[in-house]
Design a protein around this ligand. Structure first.
Ligand code: HEC
Ligand code: HEC
Ligand code: HEC
Ligand code: HEC
Ligand code: HEC
Ligand code: HEC
Ligand code: HEC
Length: 366
């Protein structure tokens, strides 16, 4: 009996202790509390000039953002708004302090500080971007799944018109569509070629789960099934097996190749006068720019899984926009390729067919 009482006492004390420490830890305001006001779509203030400024933060979109889903709280960015006093009409002071993304992203911050943009900003140039002029702040997603065009639209093209520069560069359209700006403009950054599967029937990229489902595998069993020699990479003939497996499932698709930067803080060092200009850097047989080739499986949160593939896969006729490596194509493969292509031709879209048909022509031109 005595023992029983003591146990109860210990239990009560322990619970009390846990409660106290827990409440001590959660002194900072909960997201929910901020969203009581800011989660209302009509929440806005009138500005002196009569315009209204929305103060709405979409709770659902915030929750699935890269920050919300990693438990970054409102007050982790708005570090000055950690106390609410409901005696005042506005329960916190305004204006809010400047949000310093570099508190958590210090490597991006220091790379950015070496960039033309930071320089232009300290020189007082209007419109030179800081972190959140380029990035969305409340609803940021992982960026790896973006295509090159999406990356450029979201970032550089908002402020620059690349057709105004680059007069020395032929085929501007092709280069801007398949080579991400930062590949040339942040040359210290690593880069890779990524291949995404483009469905010719729906004219859409297939997402990772869609591809895997059609092939009847999951990410973990994909290599087991297709990497026959077990070297952890998909080589030319194994790539052919994937193409065949897709064809069996009646998927009419091509692999879309793009040259993109590695998601590495260094990409923020956009510098002036150091961009890549030499054609040979890319247009040569052993260019290091095409060493790292990946098959992407994009995920809904914007992140990716990928499988490495050997470089000669770029010579496959099922990969578009990599005629850049023409020089490395082997004649006999070309002939086999043409036969395969003729087999699937009836299904290919007009534009694709044209591009494929003109390969020999374009090759001769060079
Ligand atoms: C009781 C309602 C209420 C709550 C709760 C509340 N806010 Fe506000 N907040 C306001 C109002 C009202 C304004 C507009 C003030 C103005 O500009 O007149 C505002 C403005 C802001 C601004 C813009 C300030 C600026 O720079 O102009 C930020 C950022 C902000 N709130 C963040 C937060 C965060 C973070 C929380 C939770 C810790 C929070 N708010 C909780 C009512 C609220
Ligand atoms: C990743 C950092 C980050 C997080 C997390 C974050 N904010 Fe913000 N918030 C910002 C930045 C940056 C601004 C823009 C400040 C500026 O324009 O000077 C901003 C602006 C605001 C504004 C002003 C209106 C607007 O949209 O520009 C409000 C209100 C606000 N935040 C509320 C919140 C609330 C509520 C949460 C939590 C649900 C939250 N913020 C979470 C970075 C963040
Ligand atoms: C000039 C536009 C621009 C500015 C300014 C900018 N970024 Fe970026 N950021 C990018 C681009 C472009 C990418 C690469 C994503 C892509 O290509 O889709 C990127 C990628 C990132 C990534 C993912 C890669 C990584 O480093 O892990 C983070 C995190 C990031 N930025 C944070 C920041 C922070 C913090 C700042 C401010 C110090 C900042 N960015 C300023 C354009 C910008
Ligand atoms: C309190 C810490 C914190 C602050 C402040 C913060 N972030 Fe983040 N950020 C994170 C975390 C954690 C992740 C997720 C990292 C991961 O999944 O690898 C992240 C991820 C990102 C990514 C996605 C990178 C990718 O592609 O995977 C971008 C972009 C980004 N942050 C930009 C910003 C910007 C812009 C600001 C300022 C408005 C900011 N962050 C402020 C903690 C923070
Ligand atoms: C928010 C607008 C904005 C965004 C987004 C932006 N820039 Fe800039 N950029 C500027 C401004 C402003 C300057 C300074 C221009 C000047 O000095 O006259 C600049 C300068 C440059 C310069 C040097 C050119 C010069 O005349 O000095 C290069 C190169 C550059 N940016 C590339 C990029 C790339 C690549 C991206 C995408 C990753 C990008 N910028 C995104 C606004 C932007
Ligand atoms: C094939 C490589 C390459 C690609 C791709 C490329 N650029 Fe450039 N860009 C250069 C070179 C080289 C210069 C000459 C100036 C230099 O050396 O920085 C330049 C100049 C510029 C300038 C003017 C800088 C100045 O000094 O006046 C801007 C702005 C710019 N590029 C933006 C972009 C944007 C935005 C994209 C993407 C749509 C892009 N570039 C794609 C190589 C490239
Ligand atoms: C950063 C790497 C890079 C640099 C530097 C570069 N290119 Fe390209 N180029 C590419 C890529 C990738 C493609 C797209 C592949 C494709 O569609 O065949 C391409 C496509 C082309 C095409 C079109 C080929 C076709 O069949 O559509 C021509 C022509 C070309 N480049 C010439 C040049 C010249 C000339 C230079 C130098 C002034 C140059 N490139 C610099 C990467 C580069």
């Amino acid at each position: 009996m005595e023992l029983q009482k003591r146990k109860v006492l210990i239990f009560v004390l322990l619970s009390l202790f846990i409660c106290l420490t827990a409440s001590g830890l959660s002194l900072a305001v909960d997201n929910e509390e901020c969203l009581d006001c800011h989660g209302d779509p009509d929440f806005s203030v009138e500005l002196p000039d009569g315009k209204t400024r929305s103060l709405y933060v979409d709770p659902q979109k915030f929750k699935v953002s890269v920050h919300g889903s990693n438990d970054v709280a409102c007050t982790d960015c708005h570090t000055d708004l950690t106390e609410l006093n409901y005696d005042n009409e506005v329960p916190h002071h305004t204006p809010a302090a400047f949000v310093n993304c570099g508190d958590c992203h210090d490597e991006e911050q220091s790379a950015y500080e070496r960039s033309v943009h930071a320089n232009a900003r300290s020189a007082g140039k209007k419109g030179a971007p800081i972190c959140y002029n380029c990035h969305n702040y409340h609803y940021t997603k992982h960026l790896a799944a973006h295509t090159v065009v999406e990356r450029e639209n979201e970032f550089c093209l908002r402020c620059h018109d690349p057709y105004k520069y680059h007069n020395w560069l032929p085929q501007k359209n092709t280069h801007f569509n398949y080579v991400e700006c930062s590949v040339c403009h942040a040359p210290e950054t690593g880069r890779h070629v990524h291949l995404r599967l483009y469905d010719l029937m729906t004219e859409k990229f297939l997402s990772g789960p869609e591809i895997l489902q059609k092939l009847g595998v999951d990410y973990d069993t994909f290599l087991k099934k297709f990497d026959k020699n077990g070297d952890g990479k998909i080589d030319y003939s194994e790539f052919g097996d994937i193409v065949d497996a897709l064809r069996m499932k009646r998927i009419r698709a091509v692999f879309w190749g793009e040259l993109a930067v590695e998601l590495d803080p260094k990409l923020h060092s956009v510098t002036k006068g150091k961009a890549i200009k030499n054609c040979e850097t890319c247009h040569s047989i052993n260019s290091p720019f095409f060493k790292d080739v990946r098959l992407l499986f994009t995920k809904p949160d914007g992140s990716v899984d990928f499988v490495p593939v050997t470089r000669n896969v770029l010579e496959s006729f099922h990969v578009t926009h990599f005629y850049v490596l023409d020089a490395t194509r082997v004649r006999i493969l070309d002939i086999i390729g043409i036969l395969i292509v003729l087999g699937g031709m009836a299904f290919a879209g007009g534009h694709m067919t044209l591009r494929i048909l003109t390969i020999p022509l374009r090759r001769k031109k060079r």
